[in-house]
Design a protein around this ligand. Sequence first.
Ligand code: ADP
Length: 298
Amino acid sequence: SVAVFGSLNMDLVVRVPRMPEAGETLTGRSFLTNPGGKGANQAVACARQGARVAMVGRVGDDAFGAELRSALAVQGVDASGVLETPGVSTGVAAILVDDGAQNCISVVPGANGQVAEADADAMRLAGTKLLLLQLEVPMAAVLRAAQVARAAGCQVLLNPAPAQALPEALWPLVDILVLNEIEAKLLGGLADVHAGNAAEAAAQLSARGPRDVIVTLGAEGAVWFADGKSRHFPAPQVRAVDTTAAGDTFIGALAALLVEGATMDRAVEHAIRAAAIAVTRVGAQASMPTRAEVLTRS
Ligand code: ADP
C-alpha cells in the first residue's frame, strides 16, 4: 500500500467580478469549498487508481477538519492517521477568482504547520511499500518521515513542492524525486528548465541521491532519468481547461502503479494519461480520473 505524509487544506473559493481594492467591500458572485492540499490531493489521486492509501497529517479541531477527514474516507483513503490539533485552524486557502480568471490566494497552513517529527515517529508503516512526501508541512517532519520510512524498508517518493531548498540529509533518503520545471530550476540552481534540458537537470539532481528523477513538463509530458539514461514521455494532446492538481494527479497515479509492481516506464505512461484527463476538467480532486477512465481513454 501507499502512505502519504503531508498537508490537507480546505480551499475557499470566492468568484468576484474584479479584484477588490484595499478597504473595499465587493459583492461576490459565488462561494464554494473544495478539499485540497498537496498531500490529500495525491492521496485521492492514488486511491482513484485503485491503490490502498493511508493519509498521515493534521487538521484543526473545527468543522473543516471533520469535513476533510470524511472527504478522504469517502474516496476510500484511510484517514485514521489524520490527527486533530486543538487550538489551531485547519489549513485553508482563501482564493478570489475574478472574471478574467486571475486569482489572489492566501494559504494559511494552520494545523499543517503543527505536523511534527513525533508524527513521523508514530506512523504505522507495516505493509506500506511507498511513502509520498511534499513540502507543505514543516521540513523537519518531512526529513524524519523519510528516515522512518527508510528504516521500515519503504521507498520514499518526494515531490519538493512548493519549491524550496532541501536539507543535505534529505537527498540520500529519496528514492524517487518527482518535480516540475520550476522546482527543478530551483533545486538544480539552473537559469531555466524546459523540455530541451530536463534530462540534464534530472541527471544532476539524481547525482545527489535519488535513483529515479522525473521532471514533469506540462503539455510536453515528462522526462525520466535513472541509471545514467533518460527517456522523454510525450503527453497526449488535450484541450486543457484547468491544470490545477495536474502534478498531484500524476504523482498519485504513478505511485499506484509502482506499488502494483509496474515498471517505471509503464507507471509514467499511466500517470501521463491520468494527468491529461485531469486537465480537461475543472477542479483539483474533482478532476481526477478513476482507473477505468484512464484505461478506456487510452
Ligand atoms: P504541476 O501541476 O506541478 O505544475 P505540470 O504542469 O508539469 O506539473 O503537469 C504535470 C503533468 O500533467 C505533466 O507531466 C503532464 O503529464 C500533465 N499535463 C499538464 N498540463 C498538460 C496539458 N496541457 N496537456 C496534457 N497533459 C498535461
